[in-house]
Design a protein around this ligand. Structure first.
Ligand SMILES: C[S@@+](CC[C@H](N)C(=O)[O-])C[C@H]1O[C@@H](n2cnc3c(N)ncnc32)[C@H](O)[C@@H]1O
Length: 254
């Protein structure tokens, strides 16, 4: 059966790739690439750099899978994502069947790590469930943007015996989670931290982590929220896209 490797490649720094991932890259005959997002050129560049730097075996191919369109502001977010994944599964299945030999090894390079806000595993499960192409796959972990953020700010995510919640900007906009004191926020389209009561909260913010454009701001939310917004707006205007992640920490509890 066809074999696929889902390889986490880190969140922007080509040095943040594991030895296991480098070995996996060198087994792949066909890389499947899905182009997406405004930042796609920068992502494609990082992927290329990783392939050129670490793959020693000649003769691998790169196959682009066209991206399915998706409603970015749907009434029902979950239902839209489920329907979108089904469309993606159909085009991925066709690409795998047509472009990968039955004894071949295919690869998907995943930004950061496949375990965090990434649909690759879910889509491959759908491809398998549809039963049109028989395949096996393995997952190779990568450094997440959350780990890169914590390292750059030199912080641990949790405090003694505490837990950490990872959530999205969309969720945070509904309020700081009651049950959590340390909250990592990803996929924030627009400064959701401005929507919460800033008293007693610290923020550790980072954008373009691991790249030459990396930005870091940390401090009391009440004091630095405005600065983060300005830095963020300026950077987004200059580059045309932004990817940022932050930890919010309720002070004094732990
Ligand atoms: C679709 S998720 C993918 C997360 C990825 N799988 C990971 O392990 O980091 C994209 C979100 O990850 C965060 N992110 C990814 N790369 C980043 C980077 N280099 N700097 C800051 N945030 C990043 C941002 O919150 C962005 O909205």
């Amino acid at each position: 059966v066809r074999k696929l490797l889902v390889i986490g490649i880190g969140a922007g720094d080509p040095e943040q790739i594991t030895v296991e991932a480098i070995r996996a890259l060198n087994q792949v005959d066909v890389f499947f690439v899905v182009r997406k997002g405004a930042h796609k050129d920068d992502l494609v560049r990082l992927r290329q750099e990783i392939c050129e730097r670490y793959i020693e075996r000649p003769g691998y191919r790169i196959v682009e899978i066209p991206e399915s369109n998706r409603d970015r502001a749907p009434r029902n977010y979950r239902a839209e994502v489920v329907a979108w994944r089904a469309r993606r599964a159909a085009s991925w299945a066709a690409a795998i069947r047509d472009e990968l030999r039955e004894d071949g090894c295919g690869g998907f390079l995943v930004w950061g790590d496949p375990s965090l806000y990434d649909g690759t595993i879910a889509v491959l499960e759908q491809v398998r469930a549809a039963g049109e192409v028989a395949l096996e796959y393995e997952v190779v972990p990568g450094i997440t943007s959350v780990q890169a953020l914590a390292a750059k700010h030199r912080i641990a995510l949790n405090r003694i015996g505490g837990s950490v919640q990872i959530t999205t900007g969309r969720r945070l906009a509904e309020g700081f989670p009651e049950e959590a004191d340390d909250v990592v926020v990803m996929l924030d389209g627009g400064c959701a931290f401005k929507r919460i009561e800033p008293g007693g909260i610290e923020i550790y913010w980072g954008a373009y982590l691991g790249s030459d454009d990396e930005l870091l701001v940390g401090g009391e939310l009440a004091e630095v929220a405005g600065e983060i917004e300005r830095v963020r707006d300026r950077a987004r205007e200059r580059k045309g896209w932004i990817m940022d992640t932050y930890l919010l920490r309720r002070k004094g509890s732990g």
